[in-house]
Design a protein around this ligand. Structure first.
Ligand SMILES: Cc1cc2nc3c(=O)[nH]c(=O)nc-3n(C[C@H](O)[C@H](O)[C@H](O)COP(=O)(O)OP(=O)(O)OC[C@H]3O[C@@H](n4cnc5c(N)ncnc54)[C@H](O)[C@@H]3O)c2cc1C
Length: 412
């Protein structure tokens, strides 16, 4: 935190800034400042620029970087969810991803389908299946045995396990998507300043943001700082019940090259048998690294985003090895590559998309709980709407900060 005298000086500048905004803008003044150039901040900036707002996107690291949550080559996009509200948001997400593909002439999505498998009588499997059916998502149900093996070779379903395929699902090319959305934002006149860490925020009718390199003012501020959300919110007197987890991103070698390849129509998958493995396990077909299949455990060990390399727990990798031996016999059950990514998890695993409770021109997008990438286009749209004082175009009641009253740390 900066000293009191610094804050007073900034507040004086803020008042001067307020005058200037109503008359003429200086080069340091913006309609909106977005902090954090991960997928959510980048899409928020993109929507603001499309609304002709003068927008500054600030990023602490030089871009591109791999220290947050949005890096890496791939993410799953799916309608298969346990809750209707995510399925509803996904309808528009798919359209907006297609629009960005057209705007930037870049292929961002490959349809592969998503195989949902797990104990047929388990609560999770039933919820996924019912939500898909209730929302008329195109699906294929596969009977265990000959039919399943014909469609999905090299996967073993156990007695009592069911399988349903969300045929709308696929792979998003994550790094490419981040580049595309940031590039398009800049082509609309948006300003990105990377390698500039935000060190202080002074709320007010004009918000002042102090970085390692300068001071900027804007009518509204959007905070999308992923694992660093609480570090930034501490400057505004707010803390959310967020837990940062280090995820071991594991790649497993095919015994026969190509047997789990996207080009051979192997789908993305999620195993929802938390009764057996504790948490969901998900995977993507071999694609980005030839001969290697990405499979991750949907939780990890708590960490500090600035000290994540000191977190060396590998118990999740042991669970994944058991899963691979049992369900994917065509893979070597030791990971060939292990990378790192971070989750920022809320107690109910739903996002935070809301106004700051004390400063209505500060908007927060946080707690994406390891499943936010696919929603980037709609998250950016609603954060933009909130910052412009518009009615959000999606129901944000599941994402309100108020739900955390009397809650503390997430259950992991
Ligand atoms: C292993 C893994 C697999 C995943 N798989 C999927 C999937 O299949 N499908 C899916 O939909 N989602 C998936 N996700 C989740 C998804 O990637 C995240 O929800 C999403 O990337 C979160 O984006 P973000 O913009 O909130 O955070 P980030 O990408 O972390 O961006 C926050 C940015 O803020 C910057 N920042 C922080 N502090 C400051 C500061 N003081 N000043 C300036 N800048 C700052 C950071 O440097 C960072 O660039 C996965 C995540 C992981 C880790």
């Amino acid at each position: 935190m900066r000293s009191l005298s610094h804050r007073c000086a900034v507040q004086e500048k803020e008042l001067e800034g307020e005058d200037k905004i109503s008359t003429s803008m200086t080069s340091l003044d913006f309609d909106c400042i977005v902090i954090g150039a991960g997928i959510q901040g980048s899409f928020t900036a993109y929507h603001l620029a499309k609304n002709k707002k003068k927008t500054l996107l600030l990023e602490q690291f030089l871009l591109p970087h791999s220290r947050g949550s949005s890096h890496g080559q791939t993410r799953i996009i799916r309608k298969a969810y346990e809750q209707d509200f995510y399925v509803h948001m996904m309808e528009e997400c798919l359209q907006l991803w297609t629009l960005l593909e057209a705007e930037t002439n870049t292929k961002l999505y490959r349809r592969t389908g998503l195989l949902v498998m797990g104990p047929e009588r388990g609560q999770s499997f039933k919820l996924f299946k019912d939500t898909l059916k209730r929302n008329n998502v195109p699906t294929v149900s596969l009977e265990r045995g000959e039919e399943f093996s014909r469609h999905i070779p090299h996967v073993t379903l156990r007695n009592g396990e069911g399988a349903i395929v969300d045929t709308t699902a696929g792979v998003l090319y994550a790094d490419r998507a981040l580049r595309a959305v940031q590039g398009y934002f800049q082509s609309l006149g948006g300003v990105i300043k990377d390698g500039e860490k935000v060190e202080d925020i002074t709320p007010g009718s004009v918000v002042t943001v102090t970085t390692s390199a300068g001071v900027y003012r804007a009518k509204s501020l959007v905070i999308t700082t992923g694992p660093w959300a609480n570090a930034l919110l501490s400057h505004t007197g707010l803390q959310l019940p967020l837990t940062v987890l280090k995820i071991n991103v594991c790649y497993w070698r095919e015994k026969v090259p190509g047997s789990y390849a996207a080009r051979k129509r192997f789908p993305c998958f999620v195993h929802v048998g938390e009764e057996w493995f504790g948490h969901h396990i998900y995977g993507l077909p071999s694609n980005e690294y030839p001969g290697l299949v990405k499979i991750c455990y949907h939780t990890g060990s708590e960490t500090d985003p600035d000290k994540r390399d000191r977190q060396t727990d590998r118990s999740d990798i042991d669970i994944l090895s058991q899963f691979v031996s049992r369900c994917l016999p065509g893979l070597d059950p030791e990971p060939a590559v292990v990378e790192t990514c971070l989750y920022t998890v809320t107690p109910d695993h739903h996002f935070v998309l809301d106004r700051h409770p004390s400063h209505s021109n500060i908007i927060i997008g946080a707690g994406f709980s390891g499943h936010g990438f696919k929603f980037g286009p709609v998250v950016g749209k609603v954060l933009c709407e909130l910052s412009l004082g518009q009615l959000p175009s999606h129901d944000l009641s599941p994402f309100k900060i108020q739900r955390f009253q009397n809650r503390s740390k997430p259950r992991l």
